[in-house]
Design a protein around this ligand. Structure first.
Ligand code: C2E
Ligand code: MG
Ligand code: MG
Ligand code: MG
Length: 284
């Protein structure tokens, strides 16, 4: 009996593995097709200057809008895109769309810096710097209006090789931000060796910053670090005014989160560009 049920369990395991593999293959095929149609689009989330209360930048956050309706969030397809290499095509699409959009807003009198997430796979492509240069030129976007977001793990994956890549990118005139700062690599020494401009404080430190003394300590340490290294800071995941109150009047502090806006389609950003968000912020 034991033997029989063992075989049964194994069969069950095998069937569920097959089902999983089939589902992944289906997802990959759907994504491949979606990239050829207009189903993969960037949404944009405002980044507000704490001093002026104005939008000074946006982060492009990719969405899958299937023809049958609904919205698929990036966590459900970025991992597959990374495994299959489709991330290069996806990343280039978001970079191009984002830069065209930033140029359009610039032409309308609103210089807004466009932040683009760069995956490890993309960053490792030998021609990545050239791709960025080409896209900037095609769009006619000033490099100062492009920011590339890299995570610590991407930056540190091959430190010596990456430093050359980062210097190359910096030479284009774009700015470089460390995304999810504090959650990845533990060494801080790269901050002084690498040409980094901005630290993005991870949402996980911000969400309980008002009630968790440990999180507050980490956020304060990051602010102090940024100040002494003369780096800009973007605080992610701002949902309440009280989270802003604890951030000191840091030089160049930018704020990003649902309090101001969720990531939305480009047409919803335009009317926000002339808006003053000061009423949402407690006096710093
Ligand atoms: P990320 O780059 O750290 O982006 C920030 C995430 O936090 C976004 O999730 C955003 O919607 C969410 N967020 C912003 N403000 C708040 C808030 O106040 N509260 C809460 N709870 N969440 C907030 P999203 O759009 O689901 O993106 C998830 C991740 O997917 C991104 O994390 C990024 O790592 C990746 N991703 C998104 N777009 C791209 C892309 O074009 N290329 C690559 N390589 N990765 C991307
Ligand atoms: Mg990001
Ligand atoms: Mg982040
Ligand atoms: Mg993230």
């Amino acid at each position: 009996f034991a033997k029989q049920s063992g075989r049964c369990c194994y069969k069950f395991y095998q069937d569920s593995m097959n089902a999983k593999a089939a589902a992944r293959l289906q997802l990959e095929q759907d994504l491949r097709r979606a990239l050829k149609s207009d189903e993969i689009v960037p949404f944009y989330q405002p980044q507000i200057c704490a001093q002026s209360g104005r939008i000074v930048g946006v982060e492009a956050l990719v969405r899958w809008l299937p023809a049958k309706g609904g919205i698929i969030p990036p966590d459900e397809f970025i991992p597959i895109a990374e495994e299959t290499g489709l991330i290069n095509e996806l990343g280039r699409l978001v970079l191009e769309r984002g830069c065209y959009q930033a140029k359009q807003w610039f032409d309308e009198g609103n210089p807004v810096r466009m932040a683009i997430n760069v995956s490890a796979h993309q960053f490792r492509q030998l021609d990545f710097t050239q791709v960025v240069a080409d896209v900037l030129q095609q769009c006619g976007l000033a490099p100062e209006l492009l920011e590339l977001e890299l995570t610590e793990s991407v930056i540190m994956s091959d430190a010596e090789e990456n430093i050359a890549r980062l210097i190359e990118l910096k030479a284009l005139g774009v700015s470089l931000a460390v995304d999810d700062f504090g959650t990845g690599y533990s060494s801080l020494s790269y901050l002084k060796r690498f040409p980094i401009d901005i630290l993005k404080i991870d949402r996980s430190f911000m969400c309980d910053v008002n009630s968790a003394p440990d999180d507050l300590a980490i956020v304060e340490a990051i602010l102090a670090l940024a100040e002494s290294l003369k780096l800009g800071v973007i605080a992610e995941g701002i949902e309440y005014g009280s989270q802003i109150a604890i951030l000191k009047n840091t030089n160049q502090l930018l704020l990003q989160g649902y309090l101001f806006s969720r990531p939305v389609a480009a047409e919803y950003i335009s009317p926000l560009l002339n808006q003053d968000f000061n009423h949402l912020m407690p006096a710093l």
